[in-house]
Design a protein around this ligand. Structure first.
Ligand SMILES: C[S@@+](CC[C@H](N)C(=O)[O-])C[C@H]1O[C@@H](n2cnc3c(N)ncnc32)[C@H](O)[C@@H]1O
Ligand code: FES
Length: 455
């Protein structure tokens, strides 16, 4: 018995540019068209849509198979989707003009393709060619840099409803020839489209990168454009053991812009994670929460909204406090959330808190700083109070998960002594500070919680 009425496999095997493949023939546009059509017809629970790897029939792509009957279609276009859904999936009549049922020819083609592929791979290996995976990793910065520059120049807003390169160049006060080169690269990366010499935003770019969109992520993403400069010092940082600031520290306006982008980026992550933390921590006997390095205030805001009797105090550096105030006021919880400018490493933390939160904080500091901070947090909590640490936790090997291992380098180039740490390290520090019942709680997504109780 099948768990779904139909299972659609659409080949989406990526191949090097110039080599025939289903993606080169439009497999991703086809997948999107199926996604939209199945959603629109309310069929997503009955029809499973899945990508699959190469079936050796690449010259006839995009290729797809509909199970359980095993009907093969070739050269399928997005414009065929509605007919397939109506005729095949609804009325049980496969679409004859797209069916490919010459099994012996298909098998021969697939076997020949497999044989050629294996020979080509063996020849590449014998000649010592750099594997594609390594080549792509080395060049990975190029697409990333194109997008970061487009965001810095606010290209997607300048493209607007569609414009020629010279007009876009004028709008962003940039060199016309260079702007056109960048626009063409953005088309090649699937971030813009082009008809004749008019450039247009893709629906995705218009939604996530243009100023007029309510889902515009540009300001938060500019934080990544800022830290790109620090990442370019990685080699030096590895040699010297710490970061080298690349921006002149005396440019106050630029620094204020960077801080705003940073807090916008923090807010982007925190607003989705805050409800998970609120749900996990709950408010059993919780009245007062101290949110150390609260950033945009997303976690305090979520607690305040969930529990009207809770009062949260955000302690953050003086330049961030006015930004947090904007978010707190906007959320309408200023009566429950107070703001304190200060330095959590030096200032008195206060006393009698029920919960102290350290969300995305400990990775900024050294082992010794974290041990001292946790010790001081312990003394600022009341008996039975709880410490809540949220961070990217390394596994015991310290080389996984990948995002935590890479984030450790992000801290190497951006902080004096920060790093990603492991569950074992947090456990040791928390126990040394006096906490009991130290435990880890995994959250969906990249960061997890370490909890401890004042005995
Ligand atoms: C990575 S952000 C995390 C923000 C917030 N907790 C969140 O998860 O969205 C780190 C925050 O700690 C603040 N911070 C860094 N050093 C600090 C210090 N010594 N004292 C107080 N706040 C500090 C930063 O300004 C920033 O808001
Ligand atoms: S890439 Fe789709 S069948 Fe080969």
């Amino acid at each position: 018995m099948e768990p779904f009425r139909f299972h659609l496999f659409v080949c989406s095997q990526q191949k090097p540019e110039g080599v025939p493949s289903c993606p080169a023939s439009g497999a991703f546009a086809l997948l999107s068209a199926f996604d939209r059509e199945l959603e629109a017809r309310g069929l997503t629970r009955q029809v499973q849509l899945t990508t699959c790897g190469c079936m050796g029939l690449c010259d006839e792509g995009p290729v797809m198979v509909v199970y359980p009957a095993g009907v093969w279609y070739r050269r399928v276009r997005p414009s065929d989707v509605s007919e397939i859904v109506t005729s095949h999936l609804r009325d049980g009549q496969p679409v004859d003009r797209l069916i490919w049922n010459d099994a012996s020819a298909m098998k021969a083609m697939s076997i020949e393709h497999g044989e050629k592929f294996r020979q080509a791979m063996a020849a590449r290996d014998r000649s010592g060619t750099l594997p594609d995976r390594l080549d792509q990793m080395i060049r990975g910065y190029m697409p990333s840099r194109c997008l970061l520059t487009a965001l810095e120049l606010d290209i997607f807003t300048a493209v607007g409803e569609g414009a020629k390169a010279d007009e876009i160049g004028k709008r962003i006060h940039a060199n016309a020839r260079a702007v056109e080169m960048l626009l063409n690269a953005l088309v090649a990366l699937g971030l813009l489209s082009k008809s004749g010499d008019v450039f247009e935003n893709t629906p995705e770019s218009a939604r996530f990168f243009a100023e007029s969109s309510k889902d515009n992520h540009r300001h938060g993403l500019l934080h990544l454009a800022n830290i790109w400069h620090q990442w370019s010092t990685l080699t030096h940082a590895v040699r010297s053991g710490t970061r080298t600031p690349v921006e002149p520290d005396n440019d106050r306006e630029a620094a204020a812009g960077r801080t705003r982008n940073f807090i916008t980026a923090m807010q982007r992550h925190a607003k989705d994670r805050a409800p998970l933390v609120v749900k996990t921590v709950g408010t059993d006997a919780v009245r007062r929460i101290l949110d150390l390095g609260g950033g945009s205030g997303a976690y305090s805001i979520a607690f305040a909204k969930a529990y009207p009797s809770v009062h949260c105090e955000i302690l953050d550096v003086p330049e961030v406090v006015p930004l947090a105030a904007e978010y707190v006021n906007q959320a309408g919880v200023s009566a429950q959330v107070s703001l304190r400018p200060g330095n959590m490493l030096q200032d008195d933390l206060g006393s009698g808190y029920d919960v102290i939160m350290l969300n995305a904080i400990c990775h900024m500091f050294s082992e010794a700083q974290n041990q001292e901070l946790l010790r001081r947090a312990y003394h600022a909590l009341r008996p039975n109070g709880r410490i809540v640490v949220q961070d990217f936790l390394l596994n015991a090997d310290k080389a996984s998960p990948q995002h935590a291992a890479l984030f450790s380098l992000n801290m190497l180039v951006n902080t004096d002594a920060g790093a990603s740490y492991s569950e074992a390290e947090y456990t040791r520090w928390m126990k040394a500070a006096g906490f009991i019942a130290v435990s880890r709680i995994n959250l969906p997504g990249p960061s997890d919680l370490m909890l401890g109780l004042v005995g």
